[in-house]
Design a protein around this ligand. Structure first.
Ligand code: HEM
Length: 180
């Protein structure tokens, strides 16, 4: 497989997981459906941006005074990525997430902040496995893919910048390539 990290075509999310009971006729579900659909993604991105809003170094990266539009863009992207409606691409075009992040210095420290808020939001929602694990795995991988500078003014001698190849364990679900 060789698709970019944010390729909107069917992927980890939209590849239906086989939930068919032996002999049953149950329809396969997407991750989007397995975790509760639209409402879950509304809550996830709300909690995530509450975390961002309360984390000044991360908040300072976001150019808009109102985080609402950024929250909506992230929600639409994630809904699409995990197999829900494709509204994001209808409104924004191809995600090209790495390209959309080049104006922002995504250091390993900022990546860790982003991840802390996203994984924290997921924990609060207590989403069902195995879908939750697939989401966590994607977030670890995609956040790493978004790092675009190792010049990290916040790195301390105790926590030097880690080389990108060793930062995040290889995901067990290798569904997408990271480059865009
Ligand atoms: C790793 C640390 C990350 C940082 C510091 C970061 C920061 C930002 C910033 C400052 C923006 C601009 C705000 C806006 O106008 O929307 C943005 C946009 C966005 N980010 Fe990130 N981001 C990170 C990782 C991610 C990841 C892992 C994803 C996806 C899983 C993601 C998805 C998005 C999306 C969908 C947008 C809006 C793109 C658009 O304009 O349509 N970001 N991010």
């Amino acid at each position: 497989m060789s698709r970019p990290a944010d390729d909107p075509t069917p992927s980890v999310g939209s590849t239906p997981a086989d939930t068919t009971a032996p002999g049953g006729q149950e329809a396969p579900q997407t991750v989007y459906e397995m975790v509760g659909g639209h409402e879950t993604f509304v809550r996830l991105t709300r909690l995530f941006y509450e975390g961002v809003a309360a984390d000044p170094p991360l908040r300072d990266m976001y150019p808009e005074e109102d985080l609402g539009p950024a929250e909506e863009r992230l929600r639409m992207f994630l809904e699409q990525f995990f197999g829900g409606p494709t509204t994001y691409s209808q409104l924004r075009g191809h995600p090209r997430l790495r390209m959309r992040h080049v104006d922002f210095a995504v250091t390993p420290t900022q990546r860790d902040r982003w991840l802390r808020h996203m994984l924290g939001a997921m924990e609060q929602l207590d989403l069902p496995e195995p879908a939750a694990g697939m989401m966590r795995s994607y977030f670890l991988r995609s956040a790493q893919a978004m790092v675009n500078t190792l010049e990290d003014p916040e790195a301390t001698p105790e926590s030097p910048p880690v080389r990108s190849s060793t930062e995040v364990p290889r995901p067990r679900l290798s569904v997408r390539r990271l480059e865009d």
